[in-house]
Ligand binder design. Sequence first.
Ligand SMILES: C[S@@+](CC[C@H](N)C(=O)[O-])C[C@H]1O[C@@H](n2cnc3c(N)ncnc32)[C@H](O)[C@@H]1O
Length: 226
Amino acid sequence: MADNKSFAEVKNKILSAHKNAAPEDKLGFYNTWAENYEQDVAVLDYRAPLLAAECIASFFKGDKGRAIILDVACGTGLVSAHLRRMGFCQFVGVDGSEGMLDLARKTGLYQELKQCMLGQDTLPVQNESYDIVVIVGALSVGQVPVGVIRELWQATKPGGYVCMTTRGNADNQDYKKEMERMVRMMEEEKRWSRVTVNEVEKWERAVSEHESGYIPGTVYLYQRTY
Ligand SMILES: C[S@@+](CC[C@H](N)C(=O)[O-])C[C@H]1O[C@@H](n2cnc3c(N)ncnc32)[C@H](O)[C@@H]1O
C-alpha cells in the first residue's frame, strides 16, 4: 500500500514535468527533483543506468582502470557509480542542471563536472579524448536533441565506444525513429559501427496516463571507426 502511494506520487511529479515543458523548464524541474531523484527512480524500477553499464563492461576489452569515461547528462551519477563497481574509475560528467551536478559532485566519482545545456551549448569537451561516452535517460523527447549525437561521436577517441539509451513507449516513438535515422546515417558515413543494440522489455514502470506495467527501452553501443 505504501509502495503504491509512493509510485502514484512519483508518477504525478513526472507527468506534471512532461506537460508543455520547454527544455529550460525541464532543467528547472531537474533542479528541484535532484534531492529526491535517486529515491524516486528506485520506485520506478529505473534500470537504464545498470543496463547501460553492464553493456559497456561486457564489450569493453581495454584496461578499465585507464579508460576515460564521459558521462553525458550524468544526473546524480548513477551510471558512473555502476561503472565504478565494474572496475572503471576515471569519469568526467556533464549535465544541464546545477542541482543534479551538486549531487554528482558529492559522490566524489568525477574528476571534473561541467554544466552545459545540450542542444544549445556545444558539448564542453575536447574532440577525440574519451574511451567511452555514455548518455543514459536523456535522449528522449523534450530533453537532449538528436543532433547532439554527432557531438558524442566527436568527443570519442577513434576506436572508442558510444553508449546511448532511449525509451520505447508511445510518447517517445517519433524521437526514437529520428534517433535511429541519425545513428544509421552515421553508420553509412562509416563514422562508427554497431556493436550491439539491446531492446529491453522491462525498462521502467510506466507513468503516462495511457500505459501501465512496464515500458520498453533500448541500449545502443557503437564503436567509433575514425
Ligand atoms: C533522467 S535523468 C538521467 C540522469 C542519469 N544519466 C541517470 O540515468 O540516472 C536526465 C538528466 O538529463 C539532464 N538533461 C536533460 N536535458 C538536458 C539538456 N538539454 N542538456 C543538459 N542536460 C540535460 C537532466 O538535468 C538530468 O540530469
